[in-house]
Design a protein around this ligand. Structure first.
Ligand code: 5GP
Ligand code: MG
Length: 178
Protein backbone atom coordinates (compact mmCIF):
# COMPACT_ATOMS: atom_id res chain seq x y z
CA UNK A 1 0.00 0.00 0.00
CA UNK A 2 1.25 3.48 -0.77
CA UNK A 3 2.53 5.60 2.11
CA UNK A 4 0.28 8.59 2.86
CA UNK A 5 1.92 11.25 5.04
CA UNK A 6 0.04 12.43 8.14
CA UNK A 7 -0.45 15.93 6.76
CA UNK A 8 -2.86 14.54 4.12
CA UNK A 9 -6.54 13.76 4.61
CA UNK A 10 -8.49 11.82 1.96
CA UNK A 11 -10.94 14.00 0.09
CA UNK A 12 -11.88 12.11 -3.10
CA UNK A 13 -10.83 8.51 -3.66
CA UNK A 14 -9.66 7.05 -6.96
CA UNK A 15 -13.00 5.32 -7.57
CA UNK A 16 -14.97 8.56 -7.15
CA UNK A 17 -12.53 10.33 -9.44
CA UNK A 18 -12.96 7.63 -12.11
CA UNK A 19 -16.75 7.98 -11.90
CA UNK A 20 -16.53 11.77 -12.23
CA UNK A 21 -14.17 11.46 -15.20
CA UNK A 22 -16.55 9.08 -16.99
CA UNK A 23 -19.47 11.50 -16.42
CA UNK A 24 -17.48 14.33 -17.99
CA UNK A 25 -16.46 12.10 -20.90
CA UNK A 26 -20.11 11.24 -21.57
CA UNK A 27 -21.10 14.91 -21.55
CA UNK A 28 -18.26 15.82 -23.92
CA UNK A 29 -19.24 12.99 -26.29
CA UNK A 30 -22.90 14.03 -26.26
CA UNK A 31 -22.05 17.64 -27.12
CA UNK A 32 -19.33 16.89 -29.68
CA UNK A 33 -21.56 14.85 -31.99
CA UNK A 34 -18.57 13.11 -33.50
CA UNK A 35 -16.74 16.30 -34.52
CA UNK A 36 -12.98 15.83 -33.90
CA UNK A 37 -11.48 17.71 -30.98
CA UNK A 38 -8.20 19.45 -30.43
CA UNK A 39 -7.48 18.89 -26.75
CA UNK A 40 -5.34 21.41 -24.87
CA UNK A 41 -4.18 20.46 -21.39
CA UNK A 42 -3.21 23.18 -18.93
CA UNK A 43 0.01 22.05 -17.27
CA UNK A 44 1.13 20.81 -15.00
CA UNK A 45 -1.84 19.91 -12.82
CA UNK A 46 -4.10 18.45 -15.51
CA UNK A 47 -1.81 15.70 -16.83
CA UNK A 48 -3.39 12.78 -14.98
CA UNK A 49 -6.98 13.96 -15.50
CA UNK A 50 -6.25 14.51 -19.20
CA UNK A 51 -4.79 11.01 -19.61
CA UNK A 52 -7.81 9.40 -17.92
CA UNK A 53 -10.40 11.59 -19.64
CA UNK A 54 -9.01 10.96 -23.13
CA UNK A 55 -9.20 7.22 -22.55
CA UNK A 56 -12.93 7.60 -21.81
CA UNK A 57 -13.83 10.02 -24.60
CA UNK A 58 -15.13 8.30 -27.74
CA UNK A 59 -15.16 11.47 -29.87
CA UNK A 60 -12.15 11.43 -32.22
CA UNK A 61 -9.26 13.52 -30.96
CA UNK A 62 -7.34 15.16 -33.80
CA UNK A 63 -4.56 16.63 -31.70
CA UNK A 64 -3.33 16.92 -28.12
CA UNK A 65 -1.43 20.03 -27.09
CA UNK A 66 -0.34 21.52 -23.78
CA UNK A 67 -0.17 25.02 -22.43
CA UNK A 68 2.02 25.66 -19.42
CA UNK A 69 0.68 28.25 -17.01
CA UNK A 70 2.52 29.66 -14.02
CA UNK A 71 1.74 27.77 -10.84
CA UNK A 72 1.45 28.76 -7.20
CA UNK A 73 5.16 28.04 -6.80
CA UNK A 74 5.63 26.76 -3.28
CA UNK A 75 2.65 28.78 -2.09
CA UNK A 76 -0.90 27.54 -1.54
CA UNK A 77 -2.45 30.93 -2.31
CA UNK A 78 -3.02 32.08 -5.89
CA UNK A 79 -0.52 34.73 -7.01
CA UNK A 80 -3.43 36.59 -8.62
CA UNK A 81 -1.35 37.02 -11.75
CA UNK A 82 -1.32 33.86 -13.83
CA UNK A 83 0.82 33.95 -16.94
CA UNK A 84 1.63 31.68 -19.82
CA UNK A 85 5.02 30.02 -19.80
CA UNK A 86 4.83 29.08 -23.48
CA UNK A 87 2.92 29.77 -26.70
CA UNK A 88 0.83 27.69 -29.09
CA UNK A 89 1.15 28.26 -32.84
CA UNK A 90 -2.00 29.87 -34.32
CA UNK A 91 -2.55 26.92 -36.72
CA UNK A 92 -3.07 24.59 -33.79
CA UNK A 93 -6.17 26.54 -32.72
CA UNK A 94 -7.53 28.38 -35.75
CA UNK A 95 -10.70 26.78 -37.11
CA UNK A 96 -10.47 23.88 -34.66
CA UNK A 97 -12.92 22.62 -32.08
CA UNK A 98 -11.00 23.08 -28.87
CA UNK A 99 -11.47 21.32 -25.55
CA UNK A 100 -9.35 22.81 -22.76
CA UNK A 101 -8.65 20.51 -19.84
CA UNK A 102 -7.69 21.97 -16.47
CA UNK A 103 -7.37 20.49 -13.03
CA UNK A 104 -9.15 23.05 -10.85
CA UNK A 105 -10.75 26.46 -11.22
CA UNK A 106 -10.05 28.57 -8.17
CA UNK A 107 -10.02 32.38 -8.53
CA UNK A 108 -10.83 31.89 -12.23
CA UNK A 109 -7.93 34.08 -13.32
CA UNK A 110 -6.03 31.26 -15.06
CA UNK A 111 -9.15 30.10 -16.89
CA UNK A 112 -9.95 33.63 -18.00
CA UNK A 113 -6.41 34.12 -19.27
CA UNK A 114 -6.42 30.79 -21.17
CA UNK A 115 -9.84 31.46 -22.69
CA UNK A 116 -8.85 34.94 -23.90
CA UNK A 117 -5.58 33.66 -25.31
CA UNK A 118 -7.22 30.85 -27.28
CA UNK A 119 -10.21 32.96 -28.35
CA UNK A 120 -7.71 35.36 -29.94
CA UNK A 121 -6.58 32.53 -32.23
CA UNK A 122 -10.07 32.09 -33.74
CA UNK A 123 -11.08 28.52 -32.91
CA UNK A 124 -14.28 27.12 -34.49
CA UNK A 125 -15.46 26.39 -30.95
CA UNK A 126 -13.97 26.58 -27.48
CA UNK A 127 -15.07 24.48 -24.53
CA UNK A 128 -13.43 24.11 -21.19
CA UNK A 129 -13.57 21.38 -18.60
CA UNK A 130 -12.16 21.09 -15.11
CA UNK A 131 -12.17 18.23 -12.67
CA UNK A 132 -12.58 20.42 -9.59
CA UNK A 133 -14.18 23.80 -8.97
CA UNK A 134 -13.85 26.06 -5.92
CA UNK A 135 -16.76 28.47 -6.49
CA UNK A 136 -16.26 30.23 -3.11
CA UNK A 137 -12.88 31.49 -4.22
CA UNK A 138 -13.93 33.01 -7.54
CA UNK A 139 -12.63 36.53 -8.27
CA UNK A 140 -13.66 36.77 -11.92
CA UNK A 141 -16.62 35.34 -13.77
CA UNK A 142 -15.58 32.54 -16.10
CA UNK A 143 -17.57 30.10 -18.14
CA UNK A 144 -16.65 26.45 -17.57
CA UNK A 145 -18.55 24.00 -19.78
CA UNK A 146 -17.88 20.82 -17.78
CA UNK A 147 -17.24 20.69 -14.05
CA UNK A 148 -16.46 17.43 -12.29
CA UNK A 149 -16.92 18.22 -8.61
CA UNK A 150 -17.45 21.48 -6.69
CA UNK A 151 -15.21 21.57 -3.62
CA UNK A 152 -14.96 23.85 -0.56
CA UNK A 153 -12.04 26.18 0.05
CA UNK A 154 -9.43 23.52 0.87
CA UNK A 155 -5.99 23.13 -0.63
CA UNK A 156 -6.04 19.82 -2.48
CA UNK A 157 -3.22 17.59 -3.69
CA UNK A 158 -2.87 14.31 -5.57
CA UNK A 159 -4.07 13.12 -8.99
CA UNK A 160 -1.81 15.68 -10.68
CA UNK A 161 -2.26 18.44 -8.08
CA UNK A 162 0.82 19.43 -6.14
CA UNK A 163 2.17 21.41 -3.29
CA UNK A 164 5.65 22.55 -4.24
CA UNK A 165 5.63 19.84 -6.96
CA UNK A 166 5.05 17.02 -4.47
CA UNK A 167 2.12 14.56 -4.31
CA UNK A 168 1.18 14.74 -8.03
CA UNK A 169 1.59 10.96 -8.30
CA UNK A 170 -1.14 10.05 -5.78
CA UNK A 171 -4.16 8.27 -7.37
CA UNK A 172 -6.62 9.91 -4.92
CA UNK A 173 -7.16 13.55 -3.93
CA UNK A 174 -6.30 14.75 -0.43
CA UNK A 175 -6.63 17.99 1.51
CA UNK A 176 -3.42 19.17 3.07
CA UNK A 177 -3.26 20.61 6.60
CA UNK A 178 -1.51 23.94 6.64
P1 5GP B 1 -6.84 30.23 -10.41
O1 5GP B 1 -6.14 31.03 -11.45
O2 5GP B 1 -8.24 29.81 -10.78
O3 5GP B 1 -6.79 30.90 -9.06
O4 5GP B 1 -5.98 28.96 -10.16
C1 5GP B 1 -5.97 27.93 -11.01
C2 5GP B 1 -4.76 27.03 -10.78
O5 5GP B 1 -4.26 27.12 -9.45
C3 5GP B 1 -5.19 25.61 -10.96
O6 5GP B 1 -5.10 25.23 -12.31
C4 5GP B 1 -4.20 24.87 -10.08
O7 5GP B 1 -3.01 24.62 -10.80
C5 5GP B 1 -3.92 25.85 -8.97
N1 5GP B 1 -4.76 25.52 -7.79
C6 5GP B 1 -5.91 26.12 -7.41
N2 5GP B 1 -6.41 25.53 -6.31
C7 5GP B 1 -5.56 24.52 -6.00
C8 5GP B 1 -5.55 23.51 -4.98
O8 5GP B 1 -6.42 23.39 -4.10
N3 5GP B 1 -4.50 22.65 -5.00
C9 5GP B 1 -3.51 22.71 -5.94
N4 5GP B 1 -2.53 21.82 -5.86
N5 5GP B 1 -3.50 23.63 -6.94
C10 5GP B 1 -4.52 24.53 -6.96
MG1 MG C 1 -3.34 24.40 -13.08
Amino acid sequence: MEYIPGELELYLDAESIAYTVSQIANAVDTDSQGVSLTVIGVLKGSFMFLADLLRQIETPVANVEFLRMSSYGSNTVSSGDPHRLDELPDVVVEGRDILVIDDIVDTGLTTKNVRQYLRGKNPASLRLCCLLDKPERRQVNVHVDYIGVAVPDLFLVGYGLDVDDRYRQLPSIYSINQ
